[in-house]
Design a binder for this molecule. Structure first.
Ligand SMILES: Nc1ncnc2c1ncn2[C@@H]1O[C@H](COP(=O)(O)OP(=O)(O)OP(=O)(O)O)[C@@H](O)[C@H]1O
Ligand SMILES: [Mg+2]
Length: 253
């Protein structure tokens, strides 16, 4: 098979040139990183789970009318997406205090916020993705005021969908991060949800026990990461655990 052209290799994914112009293949690796890549491990099976989970969430978003880059899943580790011009921001939506916000404000992790709070950090690994105010974004032209208004609306719609989807399977959506990209249609641009939505990019807590089912399991050494992600997938019916390997011909009626 002809070797594909690698466009970019990040910490968790590889992007290859897609089969048609304007498309990319996103390959999900097993690598997990935290604290700006100071902590790194290879966690067998993580990429397969994130590929499936991101497909599930992106497909669900499309079904409720929220545009995404997702086209279709190709195999266990790869999905076909539309190539976008990534806006160089991480868009973080918070429903409950946790992580850097809890630390910054001296809040208890899990404290309910009065309303969903959106914050932006600049995608720049060298600087450790610093939090940036809207004024910086406009002044340095990382996005326009119109883009920001659209991004906030998009992020809140994603939050509503994701909160509901997770609540339905007994999981609290504490916070999450998305990336947004531009797709050009002649002179017009559309903003779509890009990158991935998975337990790598969300904080997910079991509603009853508070057990963490996201990348904090890795960040804080709380147990087996793939077990946590597989639990999310199992609850969503994405990867049923009873899908055992078929070893002999089986009659399916
Ligand atoms: N549809 C898309 N078109 C173009 N680029 C995309 C698209 N979806 C995601 N990307 C970019 O592909 C990369 C995915 O790789 P990965 O998540 O491993 O990167 P990363 O190590 O987190 O680095 P980065 O800081 O660039 O996000 C990211 O840079 C992301 O912004
Ligand atoms: Mg990334």
């Amino acid at each position: 098979m002809a070797r594909r052209k690698k466009i970019y290799e990040g910490k968790a994914k590889i992007l290859y040139e897609g089969p048609e112009p304007g498309t990319l293949v996103q390959y999900f690796k097993d690598d997990a990183t935290a604290f700006n890549a100071e902590k790194h491990a290879v966690i067998e099976g993580k990429g397969v789970l994130n590929n499936r989970l991101s497909e599930f969430f992106m497909t669900g978003l499309a079904q409720v009318g929220i545009p995404t880059h997702f086209l279709r899943r190709l195999n266990m580790r790869e999905q076909l997406v539309r190539q976008v011009e990534i806006i160089p921001l991480e868009i973080i939506v918070r429903n409950f205090a946790a992580g850097s916000m809890a630390k910054r404000l001296g809040m208890e992790e899990g404290a309910a916020l009065p309303q969903p709070i959106i914050e932006f950090s600049l995608k720049d690994d060298k600087l450790g993705d610093p939090l940036v105010p809207e004024e910086y974004i406009i002044a340095f032209q990382w996005a326009s005021q119109q883009d920001l208004d659209d991004i906030v609306r998009l992020a809140l719609r994603v939050n509503d969908f994701m909160s509901g989807a997770m609540y339905g399977v007994g999981i609290k959506l504490v916070d999450f991060k998305i990336e947004v990209g531009r797709i050009w249609d002649g002179d017009f641009q559309r903003l779509v949800v890009a990158d991935e939505i998975s337990p790598d990019s969300c904080r997910l807590w079991d509603l009853q026990s508070g057990e963490k089912l996201d990348k904090d399991v890795f960040r804080r050494d709380l147990g087996n990461l793939t077990d946590a992600y597989a639990e999310v997938a199992r609850r969503l019916g994405v990867m049923p655990t009873n899908a055992t390997h078929i070893t002999k011909p089986t009659l399916i009626n």
